[in-house]
Write a protein that binds this ligand. Structure first.
Ligand code: ACM
Length: 549
């Protein structure tokens, strides 16, 4: 055991015991180690903090006491409800500002004050508070004294989970959500339909999940060109989806569902071939068994739009609080539309000059359906090919396309940055274990340092357009992310870097200081049995975790 591991182990053990009666706090030599770094924080080393030996008293019946109590107790702080605010250790003050994510947190030896405008800010204050837990010089638990005023740099701080290539159980997704909420990530983008599987049930179209949810086989682990002969399938029940959405909401996370159109549609078209380009030669859709881009796109017909409308009704029922529906729009080959007499006639009837304009027509038709249901669309950056709708939000993923965001920004569209060069967390993050199950889709060394150095304001974006950049997101495409331990290995420590890029003003960022704070997160991750990657050795934290498909 190295000295570092021994220290970490000691902290883990220390962070797990419940606090009991003891004397008031002595000075604390440890410094605050909050991720993402608050935008304004004063904390003097070697001050006396707030003793946690008696736990914390929370005012009973107070608006957010359930959520606050949950976060505190998950972090080993004993809480008790007291009848009046005067008896409480935490004074909550609701202000009337407009920024819902703003908060102030003051910790002194005799009191804790939390100010906020809305629930989000209150929860963020508590998430910062639990990252102030330390040991005083007598070895007793206490909160580091500090004075924080904070609000995020960007309003959209996201993570995307791909349940199509490989599924994670609702329970595992909840574990991820709980961890993300600690680091003030506020959006989970849930990729639910693709060529290799359809994962959301729609009552009117049961074959979407019974046929579209099952592929005959997948590539073997360790050789992406060789099929393994083993069927793979599954889908989430409506109850599971609702329970994940509610769980996320309680933790300040909105889930944005993605229904892919017009490409990445093989699974849906296999279940209901009439919604594909069935008039082309050799039409034989199947749920795809290999990764990559496949030619099966939806036909641009009224029948298909009626089907999509039905799907959107279910999506709105299951995701009532998401202001957006992500409609995909990426990697839609035009080969089938080029040879489909029906698609060609639709182009002619609508004076569309080429298949890119047909793609734009398709997206606008779907956008109208989404808008009619009170929501807005997000689409991958190909939605600008053939003309970008003025009301769409564009998610920029093609890091190799020069100035990909420029036309959208010039037109006044909002964008979210998720370039593969910095935010594809399915790429390797440095040397990895030799075991075949640690294979990645791309061996690029997408290190936490590269993520941390990223500025989401794209090159050439003038200051008057910066407000159009809503934020950024990390994508976990799941061809090689078979289950939770592999997800965790790919996620940490890079998710910490993403959180700080999205939250902390760029002038305040400092990679060396971040690294020190990053090391302090491991006791928490260990306590949650998270299989993170050791940033120096590349070794998994849970060497016995089973990550096979
Ligand atoms: C994508 O990676 N095709 C959005």
């Amino acid at each position: 055991m190295t000295t570092k591991t021994a220290t970490l182990t000691a902290i883990v053990i220390a962070s797990q015991f419940s606090f009991s009666l003891a004397a008031p706090s002595a000075p604390i030599s440890e410094s605050a180690h909050i991720i993402p770094l608050p935008n304004q924080m004063e904390s003097t080393p070697d001050q006396v903090g707030f003793s946690l030996t008696n736990g914390l008293a929370i005012p009973d019946g107070w608006l957010f006491s359930k959520q606050v109590t949950r976060i505190l107790s998950e972090n080993g702080i004993k809480t008790r409800l007291v009848p009046t605010e005067n008896e409480a250790d935490i004074q909550f003050k609701q202000a009337n500002g407009i920024n819902k994510e703003w908060y102030q947190l003051q910790v002194s030896p005799d009191k804790i004050t939390v100010s906020f405008n809305a629930e989000q800010g209150c929860l963020y204050a508590i998430q910062s508070l639990v990252q102030l837990i330390a040991k005083d010089t007598k070895g007793n638990p206490a909160l580091i004294a500090c004075n924080i005023t904070d609000q995020p740099r960007f309003t959209y701080r996201g993570v995307m989970i791909d349940s199509c290539r490989h599924m994670m159980s609702a329970k595992d997704i909840k574990k991820i959500i709980n961890i993300l909420s600690r680091y003030k990530i506020n959006t989970l983008h849930w990729h639910l339909t693709d060529d290799q599987g359809w994962r959301i049930p729609v009552d009117k179209y049961p074959k979407l999940t019974s046929i579209g949810g099952l592929r005959a086989q997948s590539p073997v682990i360790g050789d992406r060109d060789k099929p393994n002969g083993t069927p793979y399938g599954g889908f989430y029940t409506k109850e599971e989806i609702k329970s994940v959405v509610t769980y996320a909401k309680e933790r300040g996370i909105t889930i944005i569902p993605e229904i892919e159109v017009p490409g990445h549609a093989s699974a849906a078209i296999t279940a209901y071939p009439e919604f594909g380009n069935s008039d082309i030669p050799n039409y034989a859709p199947k749920v795809q068994e290999t990764w990559g881009v496949h030619p099966y796109t939806f036909a641009p017909t009224e029948k298909t739009f009626a089907f999509i409308a039905d799907v959107l009704d279910t999506v709105c029922e299951l995701f009532p609080d998401s202001p957006y529906i992500h409609i995909g729009g990426d990697e839609a080959p035009k080969d089938q539309w080029k040879v489909s007499p029906t698609a060609q006639k639709i182009m002619k009837d609508n004076q569309l000059r080429n298949e890119n304009e047909l793609q734009s027509y398709f997206i606008r038709r779907v956008e109208k359906l989404v808008n009619e249901r009170g929501k807005k669309i997000i689409g991958w950056d190909e939605i600008q090919e053939g003309g970008l709708s003025p009301t769409a939000t564009m998610m920029v993923w093609r890091g190799w396309v020069k100035n990909a965001a420029a036309p959208a920004l010039a037109q006044g569209n909002t964008i979210i940055m998720t370039p593969n060069s910095h935010f594809y967390f399915d790429y390797a993050q440095g040397p990895r274990p030799n075991a075949p199950e640690y294979e990645t889709i791309n061996d690029d060394q997408l290190t936490w340092q590269r993520v941390y150095a990223y500025n989401p304001i794209p090159l050439g974006c003038t200051p008057d357009k910066e407000h159009l950049v809503l934020g950024c997101q990390a994508n976990f495409w799941a061809e090689y992310i078979f289950n939770l331990p592999k997800w965790e290995y790919m996620a940490f420590p890079r998710v910490f870097a993403l959180a700080e890029v999205a939250w902390t003003q760029k002038e305040k960022k400092n990679a060396a200081c971040f690294y020190q704070r990053l090391l302090k997160q491991f006791p928490y991750l260990d306590s949650q049995k998270v299989n993170y990657r050791h940033p120096e050795t590349g070794a998994p934290a849970q060497p016995n975790a089973v990550i096979k498909r």
